[in-house]
Structure formats: structure tokens, C-alpha cells
Design a protein around this ligand. Structure first.
Ligand SMILES: [Zn+2]
Length: 319
């Protein structure tokens, strides 16, 4: 979504797509003598996890929607001697704080904006005075951070992991809007049938694998879900489970899939999260050793299993 040009900034002729040597087509000036090419390289942006009196400062830009907070960021300036100096300048401009670099976190692509984010841990002290780009800020104890699964959120996540902290699962309003959505932990979420648009949101929220327990002929099923998932780069598994007759083999296959996806962020759905909540309850109790009361809380938050499914639970717990 980077800004593009219509006219040559050198000679004002209209630009057109054209080959440049062996490379991909570029927006370029048709005038050979001028030779301008719009390379559209990513723009370097510096970002800071600002630690201030033991908390991390997240800020909201004037242009952002309510409740959207992120790290302190800014474009690397021509006069910045290096990215680390650039990030300290931004912290000063936006928070009014003199900081020091406590460490380099990493660099992160932000494709949508055609930026490359260079992230640092900055420790700062003193009174915060917001610069004009920012509307508000909040202080979050490090252990309570919920890193968002894109752009500077990835840097925040790595910073937390580097300190031995476990990032809390990220819940956004769009995910919570999926029918009977229930977040189990940092790696696992469950729900009823997501719409085609919500499957995109699942991917955008950082999930890597989608497991579907709903038979394809169900009224709630979304046509071509496998293709939609593939298009989004989601690993997809379809394991249809009959509503009236769940089988031990189904559950065994589900456990095998969960094993296969271990380490990835997994989203499991059926029609209304009823089948799924039972399978996930059993999986956590029988395979992960989660306390029954804890796993049951997530199950009962979705529904109270009927005769068929209570029977299935009792049978499964016996073995
Ligand atoms: Zn030109």
C-alpha cells in the first residue's frame, strides 16, 4: 500500500510499467534520456519497546481507531547516524523521554505498508510528555502484554520470549465475533463455523492451521472451505464428525492431528463449537494432562453436552 507515482518526479511525463534489465516490471519513465525508475523499495521504520518504570509504554496514534495501541515507531531520518539513534530520537519526540538502547530485538517486514521495521528495546525514565502524533498512551506490565500478530506486535512478542515471558493470547474483536468463539490458550482457539471473511481473519490473527470437524453436507458448512484456507496459507484438515454418532476413531484422528500441528497456532471449528468443545476437553484432559475442572470450564462455557455427547465423554474417559 505504499504511495505510488503517476508522473515522473524528474521530468513530469506519465510513468508506465516496463522492464528494467532482467528484473520484474517496474513503474518507470518512458523517456530513455530521463531514466527514472520507481523501485518501490521498503521504507525503514524504527520501533521501540519502551520500558518505563517497569512497564511497557504502548501508544495510540492520532489517526488510529480507539483501543488500537502499538509500539513507538517512526521513519528513519536521513540525518539519523544509525537506526539506534533514530529510535532514541523518536522516543524523545513522541514521549518526551531520553532513553538508552538496552538491546536490538530484530527486524520485521511489514508488507502491507512496504516497510521494514527495525526494533529495539529502549529503557527510559522521567515524565512522559506526548508528542503531537500521539493521542494517548498506556502502561502495561510486561507479563500482561498481548502482542498482536503483525508488524511491531511481532517484535513485542520476541522481546517477551527473550525475557522468558509467555505472551498472553491475542484476542481481537473480529475473532471474538466468530460464532461461539472460545480461546483456549496461546496456541489454540475454538469456534463454530467461521464465514469466508472470518477465515481470512483467523489467518490474519496469526493462526497457522485450521481443523474442521463439520461434515461437508451440513447446513452450516462453508462451501470450498479447503480452497479458502489454502488461499490464506492455512494448513487445513477436514475431519467430519457425525453429530448423532461421534466415534472413538474420530477422536483418535483428532488427537493425531493435534500432535501433527503441535507448536503451531491452531483454530478448530465445527458448526457451533459443540463437537469441538467436547473433543478439545477430552484432548486436554487425556493427552495434555490438563485438570478436569479447568478443561470443563471451557466446555461448559459453550454448552452442556446432551445425552449422546455426555455418553461419548463418559466412554472416552473410561479408556
Ligand atoms: Zn522522467
Amino acid at each position: 500500500m505504499s504511495q505510488t507515482f503517476k508522473y515522473c518526479p524528474r521530468c513530469t511525463k506519465p510513468l508506465a510499467m516496463g522492464a528494467v534489465d532482467e528484473g520484474p516490471p517496474r513503474l518507470r519513465c518512458p523517456d530513455q534520456a530521463c531514466g527514472f525508475v520507481h523501485w518501490d523499495n521498503p521504507v525503514p521504520v524504527v520501533a521501540a519497546v519502551v520500558e518505563h518504570e517497569g512497564a511497557v509504554i504502548l501508544a495510540r496514534n492520532r489517526l488510529w481507531p480507539p483501543k488500537m495501541f502499538a509500539l513507538i515507531t517512526g521513519f528513519l531520518e536521513k540525518d539519523d547516524p544509525d537506526p539506534a539513534s533514530g529510535v532514541l530520537r523518536e522516543v524523545d519526540e513522541e514521549l518526551g523521554l531520553k532513553g538508552r538502547i538496552a538491546g536490538f530485538i530484530g527486524h520485521y517486514p511489514f508488507e502491507r505498508m512496504n516497510q521494514i521495521i527495525i526494533a529495539y528495546h529502549v529503557v527510559a525514565a522521567g515524565a512522559i510528555v506526548l508528542g503531537e502524533e500521539l493521542l494517548e498512551y498506556k502502561r502495561v506490565p510486561p507479563a500482561e502484554l498481548r502482542p498482536w500478530p503483525a508488524a511491531t506486535g511481532l517484535a513485542l512478542r520476541d522481546w517477551m520470549l527473550g525475557r522468558g515471558l509467555t505472551p498472553l493470547p491475542y484476542e481481537n474483536e473480529a475473532l471474538k465475533a466468530i460464532k461461539n468463539f472460545r480461546l483456549i490458550d496461546d496456541k489454540l482457539a475454538t469456534a463454530g463455523q467461521p464465514t469466508a471473511e472470518q477465515i481470512r481473519i483467523v489467518r490474519a490473527s496469526g493462526y497457522q492451521a485450521l481443523i474442521n470437524l463439520l461434515p461437508a453436507d451440513s447446513r452450516s458448512a462453508v462451501a470450498a472451505e479447503a480452497a479458502l484456507a489454502a488461499e490464506q496459507g492455512l494448513r487445513y484438515h477436514h475431519l467430519p464428525v457425525a453429530w448423532e454418532a461421534p466415534r472413538a476413531e474420530d477422536f483418535a484422528r483428532f488427537c493425531a492431528l493435534m500432535q501433527e500441528e503441535a507448536g503451531r497456532r491452531v483454530f478448530v471449528h465445527c458448526a457451533a463449537n459443540k463437537r469441538v468443545s467436547v473433543f478439545v476437553f477430552l484432548y486436554r484432559v487425556l493427552k495434555l494432562g490438563v485438570e478436569r475442572e479447568v478443561a470443563q470450564r471451557d466446555l461448559l462455557a459453550v454448552w452442556e453436552p446432551d445425552a449422546v455427547w455426555s455418553g461419548f465423554i463418559a466412554e472416552s474417559l473410561k479408556t
